[in-house]
Design a protein around this ligand. Structure first.
Ligand code: C5P
Length: 271
């Protein structure tokens, strides 16, 4: 059995306040792409994980992988005693604002829910996902949605975006999330109204991320100059930036025009 772990993007991310628990209350528009990691499972003794793919080394020790935490927490909660031999093809850059580890954990919950024949409804998987990280519930859903609280209080986003051409661009700088949150100036510029025009929204972590990795500003400026871009924004805490395009040929022309920069590029579609 195989499951796609779609890359996560934040089409907008508004920071509201720092919380006593060290997290931040935020409001975000999550979306997901046809590009992602893949997770496969076969029968095995115990729960095991092998990581392959372009970013396997960057993903760190396999024993620490969030996929294993997700698998073990589902097995424990559901009383499963049979094993699962998992293989992750790591194609999403790590520490990139694309929710890679969260996407993999979300895919693990969906995949093992099928593989073990549990038939849990999504709401039950979402509740388990909350304990695995702020972005994991959104990655279980893997569809465009609005997130508030830590990003794990989800509701529908009223605008359909499926099939929108998107280009992901990463300047090959790994970004730890914590320092970017810590660099926020703590000015609340307001929340996100349901269905607001994405162009009127922001990513409030951009300035703090650019201060750590100035190459992000180069990526944003280069994307803003491409023909047919309808939205240009950093995703999550960076360093990946995204542009939405009016059509796939404009997206592909933009990717071609940036290919000499040495950046990581992924032309894809929103799901
Ligand atoms: O939940 P997760 O482990 O993915 O979060 C990683 C880090 O991102 C947290 O330790 C915290 O520093 C930061 N974070 C935050 N507020 C959020 C989500 C994440 O401060 N809403």
């Amino acid at each position: 059995m195989i499951e796609l772990a779609p890359a996560k993007v934040n089409l907008a991310l508004h920071l509201r306040r720092r919380r006593a628990d060290g997290y931040h209350d935020l409001e975000t528009v999550f979306a997901f792409t046809d590009f992602g990691d893949t997770l496969t499972v076969t029968a095995g003794a115990g729960i095991s994980l092998t990581v392959n793919g372009a970013f396997a080394d960057a993903a760190g020790p396999q024993s620490d992988n969030l996929v294993l935490r997700a698998a073990r927490s589902l097995a424990e909660a559901a009383g499963v005693t049979v094993g699962a031999a998992l293989t992750l093809d790591k194609r999403i850059p790590v520490a990139a604002g694309l929710g890679g580890g969260s996407a993999d954990a979300g895919a693990a919950l969906r995949l093992l829910n099928r593989f073990w024949g549990l038939d849990w409804p999504e709401a039950r998987l979402l509740a388990l996902a909350t304990g695995l990280g702020a972005d994991v519930p959104a990655c279980v859903a893997s569809r465009t949605c609005f997130g508030s609280g830590r990003g794990d209080d989800l509701s529908a986003w009223p605008v359909a975006l499926t099939g929108t051409p998107i280009l992901l661009v990463n300047p090959r700088v790994a970004m730890a999330t914590g320092p970017v949150f810590a660099g926020w100036d703590r000015v609340d510029h307001g929340g996100i109204a349901a269905g607001a025009a994405l162009a009127d929204l922001r990513n409030d972590m951009t300035a703090a991320a650019v201060a750590i990795a100035p190459a992000i500003a180069d990526v944003l400026a280069a994307l803003a100059k491409t023909d047919g871009a309808t939205l240009v924004r950093m995703s999550g805490s960076g360093a990946t930036c995204l542009a939405l395009y009016r059509d796939s040929s404009a997206r592909d022309a933009a990717a071609d025009s940036l290919s000499h920069r040495g950046w990581w590029l992924a032309p894809t579609l929103l799901r």
